[in-house]
Design a protein around this ligand. Sequence first.
Ligand SMILES: [Zn+2]
Length: 335
Amino acid sequence: MRRVLNIHEVDDARLDEVQMPDAGDSDVLIDVKACGICGSDLSYIKMGGIMRPEGGVTPLGHEAAGEVTYVGKNVEGITVGERVVINPMQTPSMIGSGGPEGAFTENLLVSDARIGDSILPIPKGLPFEIAALTEPLAVALHGVNRAEVVPGDKVVVFGCGPIGLGMVLWLLDRGITDVVALDLAEDRLERARALGAQAALNPAEVNVREELIKLHGVGKVLNRDAAGTDAYIDAAGAPNILSDVIGMAKFHSRLVITAAYMQPVEVHLGAMLTTEMTITTAMGYPDEMPEVLAALPRIADKAGSMISHRFGLDEVIAALDVARSPASAKVMIDI
Ligand SMILES: [Zn+2]
């Protein structure tokens, strides 16, 4: 037997005892060692699961690192004992995102496993829980990539949860020093400062537009003043962000939305017209995972500072509550 964290109903996630998976010739089994709790896990629980069959469950967990315990005879390039992370976007079973498998378990089945694609080897010496940050850091890196920023650009990151913090980390790592982070929770702002953000501000306490003009200089829209910020990245998903950005955006600035909005948002396109700004989205990590894994040994300490709490698998339900609190950053389940 093994345990799996399953969503049964709205706001009802349980650690269930289930049968060991039936691994075939094209599959790999992983002894999961660490799996982070993601914001999307919490959303799925609120929604009662995704693609959940009538009377069935949605297994959770997609930020997993572990050790290979079985390799089907058709799977090439991998051996038992190898340390790997999974790329859940490349698994046909959609691990932890609506498929039949989730990674909050001792024994994870990766069906149709492909090395370098759905499973990636962990660099030597990198701890499992740092390797388990590959997935959220890849989300963050993709958001940064979509912002097309270069050193010298001035950037604002909305939200200092794990994804926003990851963005601050990557921006600084790429030599973009003028990074302002925004969040409503002081603990989160403190983490952004510790990573080296130029400033970390609470938009409920300051006038963001005025602060950005101080920090990023004055930009222009026709003959009006605007914030000198080149790019805004939304990892928060608050309904006011779009109109706030339009209200301070300079000519040809950019906004990248990585947050998952559940409701429509009103946009004043008239106010946006003169800015000729670009609004785009970023989802997942089409090809960032290998780059993140390769960079992790170099940035392990900074990445590790994003882990705020650690729990065992038997404490996963309590861990979900901690992950819901704004005082937490990445909550890691060590299995
Ligand atoms: Zn995730």
